[in-house]
Ligand binder design. Sequence first.
Ligand code: AP5
Length: 217
Amino acid sequence: MPNVILLGAPGAGKGTQAKRLVAKYGIPQISTGDILREAVRNGTPLGQQAGPLMSAGKLVPDELVVGIVRERLKQPDCSGGFLLDGFPRTVPQAEALERSLSEMGRVVDAVVELDVPADLIRARVLGRRSCPACGAVYHVSDSPPKVAGACNQDGSALITRDDDRPEKVEKRLSEFAALTRSLSPWYAGRGLLRKVDGTASPDAVFQQVVQVLGDGR
Ligand code: AP5
């Protein structure tokens, strides 16, 4: 499995696909959103800095996430490949990633972009429910839990993420348009971008993702 970035708007299905890719290829998912949410839950200095920005639907400063990812990529479990989910999100983050990987003698092999129109994004994010204990993700109508409001895996009460409320979703979409969308042409210019139609079912999207990744070498 190569070194892969999953790109896409908030709610495009990056986390959903990342979990399937981790199960298939046995490589670690590095989700900056998950790392930051854990820091917020634990009340660490990072969490105290990031929490108010995340809850306002804004990006956290580049230097915070760049440092987190640089250290994470040095861990032994990343030596056989990694899957970045939600990073990079700005061109300076992409440039910093390129520099960090180059210092390690590594490169990004593929950038998979999940293409989903804004109206479908809104429907997905507003219907998302998350398990605060294990991180499992559901959708109230498209992929509901077996028992309404409870996680299939551990029975915890499902929550709506603070930044999944309508006004926050609009802010996140505008941050995406202003700061993240330009990564698509940036990576296309490097011959790395592989676009996937993200509007199909999770399994159908996964088949496309596996296809564009080829045999993973
Ligand atoms: P982060 O956690 O990365 O949020 P995001 O990018 O907004 O992505 P989401 O987790 O909302 O969605 P997703 O694409 O993973 O979709 P999912 O699979 O859950 O970041 C949160 C915040 O942290 C940011 O706003 C920012 O403040 C900060 N942050 C993080 N990284 C940062 C960085 N690098 N720089 C600066 N700040 C950073 O799916 C969504 C819903 O749709 C679910 O209900 C799911 O069941 C459903 N669904 C998924 N796929 C399908 C499908 N194919 N068909 C039908 N339903 C589907």
